[in-house]
Write a protein that binds this ligand. Structure first.
Ligand code: NAG
Ligand code: NAG
Ligand code: NAG
Length: 500
């Protein structure tokens, strides 16, 4: 779909920020949405929202109309199959965004089980001042609920087969739809893709998407970086599983520096693309999960991104990790939100392989060693060249350093790790060390900087590797290897006890 270059986006964003900064809820009605539940069914004969169904991958959609059963047949609705319905967000230009067609195509072409693919087109209600669009989300939620209720009555369709995928404001529309359904049973699943933050952050669960709205709710947060106290995407957890790729603040490849690259690809439209980049990344991560069934991203439960970056959260025990995107494992344990973290590549396929490293050094140098070195990992499938590591602090003895490493490719089982120190301080010491060693080959047995133990845990396979140097067996030639060749063989794979 062609769109005019949208240069007014800056202006629009300013309005967006201003109007939301004025106070918590100029747009939100005080009435709890649950108080108005079933009235929708009788009242609604026509909907403002256009509901489209897609028969083919490259189809522009066929409109189904509430209370017109013939349209279901015309549009090829099959009530024995699930219904996946896409719900877009706030519109700044009155056009459907391109990702919608990409998602339709992916849902139509990539799934083993055929599904009905639909779109709730609420552009006429979304192409407004932000606060107005926010106010309209409830109405659209009602209309979506009315459609599902009508499908139940007229086509014996079960609401448990409904999966709503809402982006930005559409995520909250999905939540409202779920809660307006009423009755004992909920709809099957809601996926919130970077659910909108302004006017929703901090509000009560009934005023935004929440885990109460469906049997299973998952959310991907991609643009929660604050600007003047507000973030485009909601920061707080709103689902059973909340995914925070790269911490959720901002996404790799979305910096203004990348603008030139985007301009060659999208023309002037790149300006809009760059601004929306992190927000819309949630959508592309989801589409990616459909397009690359064999490259599913795993995310790990963790307190925050800081701990995750130290590699402290590589556990999959007791449901602590899950797959991000369409193929998520739909299990719920307790009422608590689970916050999951992962690193991604800047473009599709987004998957990386996560490794936790825990290293203990013995440093017999007179002073702490520089915390910067490179590692090369050799696996059964591939070798990964030179990853530069900078630890938070200088290296001293007997301290365990924990950090996270991510690789773009699957190197298979880890066979060997090579370390290399390239900074001057260690180098000058090496010669001193060597000189020290040679005259006293008996004792001391070691000197300089030596890796004492190394533990590696691979997140994706949950395999653990451990290597410990036996200091008593450490002889000169091994020591020289370690220091001089800067190579270190960490072959011995074992199932070490802990790694948390
Ligand atoms: C509906 O889907 C079911 C299950 O895939 C299939 O057996 C059936 O033929 C479909 N009905 C129509 C009318 O296409
Ligand atoms: C490190 O541990 C070894 C024994 O494991 C001990 O002999 C040595 O004194 C310790 N070094 C420091 C600096 O604590
Ligand atoms: C020292 O270590 C090397 C390599 O591990 C080994 O080949 C050599 O036999 C060892 N020498 C002694 C004296 O233990």
């Amino acid at each position: 779909m062609e769109r005019p270059p949208c240069v007014s986006i800056f202006l629009v964003l300013c309005v967006f920020i201003q109007s939301s900064a004025n106070g918590q809820s100029p747009g939100l009605e005080p009435v709890g949405r649950r108080s108005r539940v079933v009235e929708t069914k009788e009242a609604l004969q026509e909907t403002e929202t256009r509901f489209l169904l897609f028969k083919e991958e490259r189809d522009k959609g066929c409109q189904i109309r509430l209370n017109h059963p013939d349209t279901l047949e015309q549009c090829g609705f099959n009530s024995s199959l699930p219904l996946v319905m896409i719900i877009h967000g706030w519109s700044v230009d009155g056009f459907l965004e391109n990702w919608i067609w990409q998602m339709v195509a992916a849902l139509k072409s990539q799934l083993a089980q055929t599904v009905n693919v639909g779109l709730a087109d609420w552009l006429t209600l979304a192409y407004h001042h932000y606060t107005m669009a926010v106010r309209n989300t409830r109405l659209v939620g009602q209309e979506v609920a009315a459609l599902i209720q009508w499908l139940e009555e007229s086509a014996q369709f079960s609401r448990s087969k409904v999966h709503l995928i809402g982006y930005s404001l559409g995520a909250h529309v999905s939540g409202f739809a779920g809660s307006y359904m009423g009755g004992k049973h909920k709809i099957g699943r809601i996926t919130g893709l970077d659910a909108a933050g302004p006017l929703f952050e901090g509000s009560s669960p009934s005023d935004r998407l929440s885990p109460d709205d469906a049997n299973f709710v998952d959310a991907i947060h991609t643009f929660t970086r604050e600007h003047m106290g507000l973030s485009v995407g909601i920061k707080q957890p709103i689902a059973h599983y909340d995914f925070y790729p790269n911490g959720g603040y901002f996404q790799p490849g979305c910096h203004f520096l990348e603008l030139y690259k985007h301009i060659t690809k999208h023309g002037l439209y790149a300006i809009t693309q760059t601004i929306k980049c992190s927000h819309e990344r949630s959508v592309h991560l989801f589409i990616d999960s459909l397009l690359h069934p064999s490259r599913q991203s795993t995310a790990y439960q963790c307190g925050d991104m800081g701990s995750f970056s130290q590699g402290l959260c590589m556990s999959c025990q007791k449901g602590r990790c899950n797959t991000m995107g369409y193929h998520i494992r739909q299990e719920r344990q307790g009422k608590k939100h689970k916050r999951l973290f992962l690193v991604t590549r800047p473009q599709s396929p987004f998957k990386v392989y996560h490794y936790q490293f825990k290293i203990q050094f013995i440093n017999q140098l007179k002073k702490p060693a520089e915390p910067t070195f490179t590692m090369t990992l050799l696996g059964t499938k591939e070798e990964n060249q030179k990853i530069t590591i900078t630890l938070d602090e200088e290296i001293t003895s007997n301290k365990t350093y924990s950090f996270l490493i991510t690789l773009d490719v699957d190197i298979g089982e880890l066979i060997m790790i090579k370390f290399k120190w390239e900074n001057g301080a260690v180098w000058t010491n090496v010669w001193n060390t060597v000189q020290t060693i040679i005259p006293w080959s008996q004792a001391p047995l070691y000197s300089g900087l030596v890796v004492k133990t190394i533990k590696v845990k691979a997140g994706e396979t949950q395999q653990r590797f451990l290597h410990t140097i036996n200091l008593r067996k450490l002889n000169c030639s091994l020591l020289l290897d370690t220091l001089f060749l800067h190579d270190f063989l960490a072959h011995s794979k074992s199932s070490a006890s802990d790694s948390q």
